[in-house]
Design a protein around this ligand. Structure first.
Ligand code: BV8
Ligand code: ZN
Length: 253
C-alpha cells in the first residue's frame, strides 16, 4: 500500500495530530463492528439494545447482550492498529486520541490519554442515582444487579442513542479537531453523530484529513488521503514509512 508523500510531509511538519477511531480498529481483535454485514447491528436493532427505551422495556435482554460483549472484550487483545496508535503518541509533539469504542483496547495497547466519546462497557453505574457499581454483575437465573444505595437498576457506562455525550469529552474532541494539523479517521463508518462531525470540523479548520478504512464511507470522497486497508496493516506501514521519511530529511538537514 502506497503512503502519499503529501501525508508524510504534513506529518513531518505536524505539531498536533488527532486520531478518531471507531469499531473497525477493533475488528482485527475479533470484536464485531456495528454496521459491517456480520456486525452487531445485523443481528440486533440498535434502537432496541443501545438505547434507554430498549433498556427500560427489555432490561434482561439488553443486560445479557452487554454481558456477552464484555466477555468478548475481556477475551480480546489489542491488535497492531491499536499499538501503532499508541506508538504515534511518541512520534508527534502532541497527539489527541478520540474513540467511539467502548472496549478500552486503546488503554490496553498503551495509549494513556483516550477521549471516550461513548463511554465504556467495562464499568457500570446506577441508572437512577448514577452511583458507580462495583458489585457482582453475573447473577444466577438472569437476575439483574440492583443499586445497593437506592435499589435502582444497574446499567453499563456506555452512551446510548439519544443520550448526550460526556460534555468534557465532546468539548476536548472538538477542540482537537479545530486545532490539529493532521486528522485521522480510523475504522469508522462516520455515521454516528456528533462524532461524525469531527473530521468535517477538522477539514474546515485546515487540517489534512486521512481515512484508514478498507471500505468506502460517506467521508471517503471528502478526505485528503485514504489508506484503503485494515488499520492493523495500514498503520504499522504508515509508521515505518514515516520513520524512513523523517530519517531522510534529518540526514538532509
Ligand atoms: C446524541 C455505545 C444528542 C453503545 C454508541 C439523524 C441525523 C443525525 C443524528 C441523529 C439522527 N437521528 C439520531 C441522531 C443522533 C444519533 C445518531 O447519530 N444516530 C445515527 C445512527 C444517525 N446519535 C446519538 O444519539 C448520540 N447522542 O446525539 O445526543 C441528542 C440527545 C437527545 C436526542 C437527540 C440527540 C449518541 C451516539 C452514541 C451511541 N452509542 N455506542 C454501545 O457500544 O453499545 S454508537 C456505536 O456506533 C459505537 O460507539 C460505534 O463505535 C459507533 C459508530 O459506529 P462505528 O464505530 O463507525 O462502527 P461501524 O460498524 O458503523 O463502522 C465500522 C467501520 O470500520 C466500517 O466503515 C468498516 O468499513 C470499517 N472497518 C471494518 N474493519 C476494519 C475497518 N476499518 C479499519 N480496519 C479494519 N480492520
Ligand atoms: Zn442508585
Amino acid at each position: 500500500m502506497e503512503i502519499p508523500e503529501a501525508l508524510l510531509n504534513r506529518l513531518a511538519k505536524a505539531n498536533h495530530v488527532a486520531v478518531l477511531t471507531g469499531a473497525g480498529v477493533s475488528a482485527e481483535s475479533g470484536i464485531k463492528t456495528f454496521r459491517d454485514p456480520d456486525g452487531l447491528w445485523a443481528q440486533f436493532n440498535p434502537a432496541e439494545l443501545a438505547s434507554v427505551d430498549g433498556f427500560m422495556s427489555n432490561p434482561e435482554i439488553v443486560w445479557s447482550w452487554y454481558q456477552h460483549r464484555v466477555e468478548v472484550v475481556n477475551n480480546a487483545k489489542p491488535n497492531p492498529g491499536h499499538y501503532a496508535i499508541a506508538e504515534m503518541q511518541k512520534l508527534f509533539p502532541k497527539l489527541t486520541l478520540i474513540t467511539q469504542n467502548v472496549d478500552r483496547l486503546h488503554h490496553r495497547a498503551g495509549s494513556d490519554k483516550v477521549i471516550e466519546l461513548h463511554g465504556n462497557i467495562v464499568e457500570n453505574h446506577c441508572f437512577d442515582c448514577k452511583e458507580p457499581f462495583h458489585g457482582e454483575t453475573n447473577l444466577p437465573d438472569k437476575q439483574l444487579p440492583v443499586c445497593p444505595r437506592c435499589g435502582g437498576r444497574i446499567r453499563p457506562s456506555v452512551v446510548w442513542f439519544g443520550e448526550m455525550l460526556p460534555v468534557g469529552a465532546l468539548e476536548a474532541a472538538e477542540e482537537a479537531a479545530y486545532t490539529c494539523d493532521v486528522f485521522f479517521s480510523v475504522g469508522t463508518s462516520a455515521e454516528v453523530y456528533p462524532a461524525a462531525n469531527l473530521p468535517v470540523v477538522a477539514k474546515r479548520a485546515g487540517a489534512y484529513v486521512v481515512e484508514v478504512n478498507p471500505n468506502i464511507t460517506v467521508l471517503s470522497s471528502y478526505v485528503d488521503a485514504k489508506l484503503p486497508a485494515p488499520s492493523g496493516e495500514a498503520l504499522p506501514i504508515l509508521l515505518e514509512e514515516f520513520r524512513k521519511y523523517q530519517k531522510f530529511y534529518d540526514d538532509l538537514l
